[in-house]
Structures are given as structure tokens and as C-alpha cells.
Design a protein around this ligand. Structure first.
Ligand SMILES: C[S@@+](CC[C@H](N)C(=O)[O-])C[C@H]1O[C@@H](n2cnc3c(N)ncnc32)[C@H](O)[C@@H]1O
Length: 221
């Protein structure tokens, strides 16, 4: 007899139990894609090479702030955005380098308006944008990243365990590459394995880890 009951990772993901997630990731280091992007900016001459002032980054779906803290530590101004109040409460309670350089916004991805930014970081957050809003959100991100600026983050793949949850946005590899057509790709790593979710439930992961540089206007797609 086949077991039709949902798998635990699937149940957890469908519920969007963010406070439990924030508990599990508290104190973890910044994401690898964020660090790669920051290292690349520093290799370019530093985050403020273009303007001489601390440049602006957006941390989209910032959660409890593992990447936001690193952005501040490495000299960025940060607009940190999340749809869950508990994320932002935890972020406010952290010891923050240069708290004067942080703006916290409690807003959903749906209908988001973003400032022009040198860097948009979206670690493990874009898949949680409902599919009917994803195209507009991605167009907004592409539109606000300055030429020569970067996007870093994840797209979740079509073979990921969570791909069939109705309010999720997952992409095939070709679709993920297509989203990056206005960028030069610096890092694109397809990860697919049987692992665990943040609550240690077994989960099949399929995702694309990305760092990409926005092309100057008029070059490429
Ligand atoms: C998997 S967590 C990632 C958090 C953090 N970036 C990290 O790497 O740990 C996804 C985050 O996206 C936020 N989120 C999910 N759906 C959202 C939505 N529709 N609008 C705004 N934020 C949302 C959640 O509150 C959560 O903080």
C-alpha cells in the first residue's frame, strides 16, 4: 500500500513556520553566495569604488539577518526587507555594526517597490514569492540593480521536493538561466541532493546558487 501522506519536509514547508526556521538558523554565518558577491565587489576595488560613499544593498527576505549583519560589517548601507514580523524583531535585537546604515522594511514581495541599488541579495527567499507575483518581483530586481552591480541568491529548481507546493516559484535550469539574461553570470552552481531541511526533515534539494553582474544598458539581452 503506498503512503499518500505528505512528507514532513513538505508539511513544514507548506506551513511556512518561519519562527521555527529563525530559531534553527540563529547564529549561522552569512550565506556563501552573499560572501562570494561581497568578495567580488572588494576585488573590483571595494563596495564604494564607484561613488566613494557606502553603497546601497537590498537584502530581500532577510530573515533574522545573517546576511544583513555581514553587509553592514563590510561597509554597505542595507535596506532589509521581510514579510514576517518575527524576522525583523530578531534583526533589531541583534548587535549590528553601523545600525545607522540599516533601514528595515516589513513588506511582502507582492507589489514591492525597491530603491536603485548596487547589490540585491535574496538568499533562499525568492522561491517563497507566489508564482503570480514572481515575474513582477524579478523585473523589479533587474530594474533596480545598477549596471556593474550584482544580484546574489538562489532559485529553487523544478525537481526540488517543494516544487509542487502551489504558492511557490521554482524554475528549471533553462528558466533560471533565462532570468539572468541581463547579467553576466559569475557563479552558477546547480545543487541537487537528498539532504535535510532546516528542521532536519529529509528533503530532496534542487536549487541554483547564483552571483551575477548586471550588464551595462544596451549590452546583451
Ligand atoms: C528561507 S528564509 C531565508 C532567510 C534568510 N535570507 C536566510 O538566508 O536565512 C525565507 C525568508 O523569506 C521571507 N518571506 C517568505 N515569503 C515572503 C513574502 N511573500 N514576502 C516577504 N518575505 C517573505 C520569510 O519571512 C523568511 O524570512
Amino acid at each position: 500500500m503506498s503512503d499518500q501522506s505528505p512528507k514532513p519536509a513538505h508539511v513544514y514547508a507548506a506551513q511556512r513556520d518561519w519562527p521555527n526556521y529563525f530559531n534553527r538558523v540563529a547564529g549561522k554565518p552569512p550565506r556563501e553566495t552573499l560572501v562570494r558577491a561581497l568578495d567580488a565587489f572588494e576585488a573590483d576595488g571595494g563596495p564604494d569604488a564607484a561613488s566613494g560613499a557606502p553603497p546601497l544593498s537590498v537584502d530581500l527576505g532577510c530573515g533574522e539577518g545573517r546576511d544583513t549583519v555581514e553587509l553592514l560589517r563590510r561597509g554597505w548601507r542595507v535596506v532589509a526587507i521581510d514579510g514576517h514580523p518575527d524576522a525583523l524583531r530578531r534583526l533589531r535585537e541583534r548587535e549590528l555594526p553601523h545600525p545607522d546604515r540599516l533601514e528595515i522594511r516589513h513588506e511582502p514581495f507582492e507589489g514591492l517597490v525597491l530603491p536603485r541599488a548596487r547589490f540585491v541579495n535574496a538568499s533562499f527567499s525568492l522561491p517563497f514569492c507566489p508564482p503570480e507575483h514572481f515575474a513582477a518581483l524579478w523585473a523589479t530586481i533587474v530594474g533596480v540593480v545598477e549596471p556593474g552591480g550584482r544580484f546574489a541568491g538562489q532559485f529553487f529548481g523544478d525537481r526540488d521536493d517543494w516544487a509542487d507546493i502551489p504558492d511557490r516559484s521554482h524554475q528549471t535550469r533553462a528558466e533560471a538561466e533565462g532570468l539572468l539574461s541581463g547579467f553576466d553570470i559569475e557563479y552558477f552552481h546547480e545543487e541537487e541532493d537528498d539532504g535535510k531541511d532546516a528542521l532536519d526533515n529529509p528533503k530532496h534539494w534542487h536549487r541554483f546558487d547564483v552571483v551575477a553582474v548586471k550588464r551595462p544598458r544596451g549590452t546583451g539581452a
